[in-house]
Design a protein around this ligand. Structure first.
Ligand SMILES: O=C(O)CCC(=O)C(=O)O
Length: 265
């Protein structure tokens, strides 16, 4: 239940203020801040590391989104990689529980109402020094969902800023769906780079356990991780029941039968 003054909801977590809700719909994103408590951050880091260490040795299904190399031979150090673990909540009980976290769902309810269905989720790992970029894109260019009212929660288990891959957003861009180009060097990533004015970008710095929210049409990107720090993040995408795909001929599998996370009748 949204409030005038950031009060706590019935589950004891902070709800969004009316100003924050209005800002989300005006800008298409919101930098909320810390939502997970320290014990949960530690527990989730342990789970994340346990999932990614065998995954990085390619013993588990994982989609390596992009590996970019420059033209010069500087050895392996130049290779950038961005690792994505799709539907991690279906592999790991703790990540499954996290999708039901009341503090997150209370905030999502403030934006899309009390009937909340999981669309999908993914863990997105930028290793220290080698973490590759994600280019400007609108999520719904991949998904083509109707109605286009999905909201994503991007959650970090590490402190993030521009240098290790914090989220960047273009305010107001959710109001205009755009055609996307295929990113150079990747058959998976889309890129809106040429059409975006970088000077408009807002960086969502966050402490560990913090979240940003974005609308499915908001242009966003993340920079390479050039630091010695990890960037362990998770994106949980929420929809209202009845959401459909406008796609014909699927290139990206879209599944609309994920669980209801909260339901009020
Ligand atoms: O985690 C990242 O670097 C990018 C995530 C993203 O683009 C998304 O959640 O839609």
């Amino acid at each position: 239940m949204q409030s005038a003054d950031n009060s706590r909801g019935e589950n004891g977590y902070k709800t969004l203020t009316q100003t924050q809700v209005a800002r989300f719909w005006e800008d298409g994103f919101l930098v909320v801040g810390k939502v997970l408590d320290d014990d949960l951050i530690e527990a989730m880091r342990a789970e994340y590391d346990a999932e990614f260490s065998p995954a990085r040795r390619a013993e588990q299904p994982i989609r390596n989104l992009a590996v970019f190399e420059d033209d010069h031979d500087h050895g392996e150090d130049d290779e950038q990689e961005m690792l994505q673990f799709m539907q991690i909540s279906e592999h790991n009980l703790q990540f499954n529980r996290l999708t039901y976290h009341s503090g997150i769902l209370d905030i999502i309810e403030d934006l899309i109402g009390p009937n909340i269905q999981l669309f999908h989720n993914q863990a997105l790992y930028k290793p220290p020094r080698h973490g590759g970029p994600i280019f400007w894109h609108q999520d719904n260019a991949y998904w083509r969902c109707l109605p286009a009212n999905l909201v994503s929660c991007w959650l970090t288990l590490d402190d993030v800023d521009l240098s290790n891959g914090a989220m960047q957003f273009i305010p107001g861009s959710h109001l205009r769906p755009m055609l996307h180009d295929q990113a150079q060097g990747s058959d998976v990533l889309l890129d809106m780079g040429k059409a975006v004015d970088d000077s408009q970008a807002v960086v969502g710095d966050l402490p560990a356990g913090g979240i940003t929210l974005h609308h499915c049409q908001t242009l966003h990107r993340t920079a390479p991780n050039t630091t010695d720090r990890q960037r362990r993040a998770l994106a949980i995408h929420f929809m209202t029941p009845g959401t459909k795909s406008a796609r014909t001929g699927e290139t990206i599998p879209v599944n609309f039968s994920h669980p209801m996370l909260r339901m009020r009748v």
